[in-house]
Design a protein around this ligand. Structure first.
Ligand code: COA
Length: 333
């Protein structure tokens, strides 16, 4: 099976999308911009001062990227006004708005909001919280999503489970303590995301330390309630719970612990009860199972704003750019 990212990059090459990279004081951003434009994955906008970017870039070929300086950009005042209108109910002044728009990350997110770009990738320099907050404040959730969340695509080598060893893990990056309603909504949107990115039928497991009532506690009851709600909200979705991981992915265990389940033994989408579980699980898969982990990728936002790990490589940034292009195209449909 071609690597997940190779397929996504091929799809991105046909889409002609424009992605903003605001963290231009980091060489990985510039290397990613050079690679993404050279490979025809996306048009790239770099936010910053041309002289500083070119100095840091050295011999890198950035001729395929557009550099925009917030101080001199012709739409600068339009963006300040738009940000003021979006946030005035929070008590900000026009002066505050002008100050915020000097921040490359906020400015880049506003470019996406104003349809001057299709998506943004950051997080090589900023923490996850600092990367996600402007997206939540400016872009907000999509009309068909109750909540924004973050997931990882996990590809485990030589693995017979899931979708040829590929899984979606959510929430593994944003929502710390999801409510029953949040869990149900994350399950439904994760299924759509899996279909979009992995192009296989999603089978969603609502994970727990208990299977079909083998243990009983407020924790298990929460997952049971979320499963019931997800089934009510999306009657056609293959979703089941509460399931332990072995029952979710191993056919013989699934058949024994929950016979007749439409998901047990074949799950490829994992919904974790909280961010501790989701984040720990993805890192265990990555380190112990030597899985490829792509993310955190956001879902449920009106437009794609994607976070990176601060330990990311330039290739990770190119991958997030490609994923953002595919997400942006899906939003238009
Ligand atoms: N979906 C949609 N909107 C959300 C949201 C979500 N999951 N979480 C917060 N918001 C909205 C709030 O309603 C608020 O809107 P408003 O300002 O228009 O009223 C806005 O986003 C900011 O929310 P706030 O509560 O001030 O931000 P926060 O400090 O809680 O930050 C996160 C939100 C996502 C940054 C926070 O949940 C977080 O830090 N998550 C963990 C991220 C992380 O560290 N991941 C590491 C693992 S990779």
């Amino acid at each position: 099976m071609a690597k997940f990212l190779d397929k996504i990059s091929e799809r991105a090459q046909k889409l002609n999308k424009t992605i903003v990279l605001p963290e231009t004081d980091d060489i990985r951003t510039l290397q990613a911009a050079a690679k993404a434009t050279e490979r025809g994955i996306a048009k790239i906008i770099l936010i910053g001062k041309e002289a500083e970017i070119k100095e840091l870039a050295g011999d890198l070929d950035l001729s395929g990227a557009t550099i925009i300086d917030p101080e001199t950009y012709e739409k600068k005042d339009e963006y300040v006004n738009a940000f003021y209108e979006l946030r005035k109910h929070k008590g900000i002044s026009m002066e505050n708005a002008a100050e915020v728009m000097k921040d490359y990350l906020y400015f880049g997110v506003m470019m996406v909001k104003q349809d001057d770009a299709d998506g943004l990738v950051a997080g090589a320099v900023h923490s996850s919280s600092d990367t996600l907050r402007p997206a939540l404040q400016i872009i907000k959730t999509a009309p068909d999503a109750a909540i924004a969340s973050a997931f990882f695509i996990i590809s485990v080598p030589d693995c017979e489970y899931g979708s040829d060893g590929t899984f979606l893990y959510a929430d593994s990056g944003m929502v710390e303590m999801p409510s029953v309603e949040d869990l149900a909504n994350i399950a439904i949107i994760s299924a759509d995301t899996f279909k979009l990115l992995v192009q296989d039928e999603p089978k969603v497991a609502m994970l727990s330390y208990s299977t079909y009532g083998s243990a009983k506690s407020p924790l298990t009851e929460k997952t049971i309630a979320a499963t019931k709600l997800a089934k009510e909200l999306a009657p056609d979705l293959l979703v089941d719970g509460e399931l332990q991981v072995d029952a979710a992915i191993v056919p013989s265990v699934g058949a024994k612990k929950c016979p007749g389940s439409p998901v047990a033994g074949k799950a490829n989408v994992f919904i974790f009860p909280d961010l501790n579980c989701g984040n720990i699980a993805y890192k265990i898969s990555q380190r112990l199972a030597k899985a490829e982990a792509y993310g955190p990728i956001t879902q449920g936002l009106a437009k794609p704003i994607n976070d990176l790990s601060r330990g990311c490589s330039d290739e990770d940034i190119v991958g997030a750019v490609a994923i953002s292009c595919v997400q942006a195209a899906a939003k238009e449909q």
